[in-house]
Write a new protein. Structure first.
Length: 286
């Protein structure tokens, strides 16, 4: 995952206002661009705080201040309108609006707007606005934390490469959970107060037990059931090691030369090797 807007670039033959907007909105190297991004981060923090406060019962908010509910509602809509204007401005000053719209940050920016507008038609959907938290990932680009971005890209690459192995692992675990849950149902279904009254409920218990969560809302009562439960608990500890080992091995195998956030002037690609002089995608000089 890249935390810079690497999929967008300035429009060909831009008007002066488009160039200025692009420098302010997408670039963090200029004073105005950095000021815009820092201000955006502050507004995002405020909007997240407002969304969380809006989930507090109205009577408690009114106890703090009689008009606090109205103030929060007004601030939320004001921030949403501000984000809407920002989103439209980003589309207006890029060469290919579709690439920005379907980029990671383009989708996040859009999703940050939708919950408040959807609240006009569906109750309580505004709480989903906490997805704005993802917009804070721009902090890596703003404060030149390029190495953090490179490490994030490394982890995402490792996850993609290990996904077939994880799929096989999860398939085996799913089969084991279904079988063990069914066996526990057969053992405990006649025990009074055990809670194993159906196979789905027994499978739920097997999942909770194997993942070592152990809510305790369902527990075997018979000796055979308790013995099987003990085996499942031990099995649960053992399986935790498998995905951890696979992921660690994949990350270590992909370690190498660090990458940076230099943006290619030709194709806007980022994530080059720190010693690279040319873009790995289009060959343009960096």
């Amino acid at each position: 995952m890249s935390t810079g807007d690497s999929s967008v670039k300035l429009t060909p033959g831009p008007a002066p206002w488009q160039r200025r907007w692009y420098e302010v909105i997408f670039e963090a190297d200029t004073p105005s661009g950095k000021a815009f991004d820092v201000g955006l981060l502050v507004v995002i923090f405020v909007s997240i705080a407002v969304v969380m406060l809006e989930s507090v019962p109205d009577k408690e908010l009114i106890r703090m201040h009689p008009r606090l509910v109205d103030w929060l509602h007004t601030i939320e809509w004001g921030i949403t309108l501000l984000f809407t204007l920002e989103y439209l401005a980003r589309i207006a000053c890029v060469a290919n609006p579709a690439r920005y719209v379907w980029s990671f940050f383009g989708i996040v920016d859009l999703l940050a707007l939708l919950p408040t507008y959807l609240s006009l038609f569906f109750l309580e959907t505004q709480v989903l606005a906490t997805i704005r938290t993802l917009r804070l990932l721009r902090v890596f680009r703003i404060f030149k934390m390029g190495q953090h971005v490179a490490e994030a890209n490394l982890l995402m690459t490792a996850l993609r490469r290990m996904w077939p192995k994880i799929t096989v692992f999860l398939s085996v675990i799913f089969c084991a959970i279904v079988i063990l849950g069914t066996v526990m149902y057969l053992i405990e279904r006649d025990e009074e107060g055990s809670g194993f009254d159906s196979i789905p409920r027994s499978i739920y218990w097997a999942i909770v037990t194997m993942t070592t969560v152990g809510y305790g809302d369902i527990a075997p009562q018979s000796l055979p059931g308790q013995t099987l439960a003990a085996v499942i608990m031990l099995f649960g500890y053992a399986i935790i090691i498998v995905p951890t080992g696979i992921f660690s091995a994949e990350v270590l195998s992909k370690g190498g030369r660090p990458q940076d956030l230099r943006e290619c002037p030709g194709c806007s690609h980022q994530g080059h090797d720190s010693a690279a002089k040319f873009c790995s995608r289009c060959g343009h000089a960096l």
